[in-house]
Design a protein around this ligand. Structure first.
Ligand code: ATP
Ligand code: MG
Length: 448
């Protein structure tokens, strides 16, 4: 992409309305614009990151055996009356009437709708187990929308729903999502810690929140320091085998959010030098709630002995749009954002230091073509801006690698490669740079 043809409205000043660094940087780097409180437009740069995150979430859901579908954003009120949640949900639900006077709502979550669909589509225990998910916008009329996309009113969520015959089978479905979540967040360069959590309006009795440690997080959390260093399950984990030993590695040591925290237990179980008391961002939340929806909504299957059995269910959310902010919180410096490669909007930023100079232009066009043809995504700054402004913009938007090309270097056949995160610079020939970048980008993709 040539910057001269892109849409990147960067701001030099820090917007006053933004309290935390991720919100400030997302506005400054032209990723998002607020449309009304807690409701945002995703500008081209922001959308590219959102899509990358969404794709990683999708790949790990698919790997675990979940099946993608798409439910609408607007739902009828009657299914929520069936589950008895219509009144219970309260003012966070955005309700309205259609032209025929039917009560409708903008979905804050989808337990009711998926239960209805499953109930109408499945008859026998042979159709179980299943896990269905979608990645769709949600609306919750939050009392205090804030921190940009971290607590929006409209936000993108991945929500999955599992259906099983027995509580033991449902527990296995829960464990699969647990493992998939650890892998999902690790692939985005995040260290997530699963913590025992309250179930809130979703209901049920088994629940974990996946928390990213960050000073600006809204949740207060407590855990054993070993969990911060624990190893992420490998890509070839067999989701069909018993996962309980793997889960135990992550759930034996103490970890709890504020609501579940037990100070006495924390001090008894965790040695003083291993006690982590910190703030965190909730990026995922998984629930097992048995027959809470299947029972009132009549979602039953015929069991092996002919009797009708209410299915055992769980639901599993990932805050896809919140993750964009969470990653910026975890990965930035004074200059701006430093994207982990797997979620970067472009992999390389190519800076032409002297637009109009024939040799520089030729070298840039050549580099741009070679990288793009090799599958490396490049944002090519071919604008008339002065060099200082170009450097500042590139640092601000945080592409993992920068290629800096000017007439002086080219005279001795060299260009500069800068790694955004470390700031390390290397000088090399354009061909060596292409080779090196293809290696670096490829190697990190494989690591994912
Ligand atoms: P929170 O405690 O942060 O209000 P929640 O527990 O109400 O979240 P869930 O119902 O568990 O949220 O939703 C699943 C995921 O969706 C959350 O883990 C979070 O990552 C994301 N999410 C929830 N509310 C918002 C919001 N207002 N803005 C952005 N993401 C959200
Ligand atoms: Mg939650």
């Amino acid at each position: 992409m040539r910057l001269s043809r892109f849409f990147l409205p960067v701001l030099r000043e820090t917007p006053k309305e933004a309290e935390i660094v991720s919100h400030q940087l997302m506005l400054r780097s032209g990723m998002i614009r607020q449309s009304s409180a807690g409701i945002y437009s995703w500008l081209p740069l922001g959308l590219r990151v959102l899509k990358k995150i969404e794709q990683i979430v999708r790949e790990e859901q698919d790997r675990s055996g979940a099946i993608e579908m798409l439910m609408p954003t607007v739902q009828p009120a009657d299914i929520w009356q069936e589950s008895k949640r219509y009144d219970a949900y309260g003012p966070e639900m955005l309700r309205f009437e259609d032209r025929h006077g039917r009560e409708m709502l903008y979905g804050p979550t989808n337990e009711e709708l998926i239960t209805q669909i499953f109930r109408d589509g499945v008859k026998s225990y042979r159709d179980l187990p299943r896990n269905l998910y979608h990645i769709q916008w949600k609306f919750r009329d939050e009392v205090r929308p804030r921190f940009g996309v971290m607590r929006g009113r409209e936000f993108l969520m991945k929500d999955a729903y599992s259906f099983d015959l027995t509580p033991a089978a449902a527990r296995h479905a829960y464990n699969k999502m647990f493992v998939a979540y650890l892998r999902t967040f690790a692939r985005m360069g995040l260290k997530s810690i699963p913590m025992a959590a309250e179930t809130g309006p979703i209901g049920g009795d088994l629940s974990h929140e996946f928390i990213i440690l960050a000073e600006t997080g809204e949740s207060r959390v407590y855990c054993h320091a070993d969990l911060v260093e624990a190893r992420t399950p490998a890509a070839d984990v067999n989701f069909e085998q018993d996962l309980s030993a793997l889960i135990a590695q992550w759930t034996t040591a103490y970890a709890a959010t504020d609501e579940k925290h037990d100070g006495a237990r924390f001090e008894a179980e965790v040695p003083a030098d291993k006690r982590v008391s910190a703030r965190g961002i909730e990026v995922g939340h998984i629930f097992f709630f048995g027959t809470k929806y299947s029972e009132p909504m009549g979602c039953r299957v015929q069991g092996p002995d002919g009797g009708m059995i209410a299915v055992q269910m769980g639901s599993y959310g990932v805050g896809v749009s919140r993750l964009v902010g969470a990653i910026v919180e975890a990965s930035h410096d004074e200059g701006g954002i430093a994207w982990p490669l797997p979620v970067a909007p472009f992999e390389v930023g190519l800076i032409n230091l002297k637009v109009g100079d024939k040799d520089t232009e030729r070298a840039c066009t050549d580099l741009y073509g070679k990288l793009e043809r090799a599958g490396v995504s490049v944002l090519y700054d071919d604008t008339e801006e002065r060099a200082g402004a170009k450097f500042a913009t590139m640092d601000l938007i945080g592409l993992p690698f920068q290629l800096i090309v000017g007439p002086k270097g080219l005279k001795s056949g060299e260009i500069e490669v800068k790694e955004r995160k470390s700031g390390a610079r290397m000088t090399m020939t354009p061909d060596a740079a292409v080779k090196r970048l293809i290696e670096l980008v490829g190697a990190r993709r494989v690591l994912a």
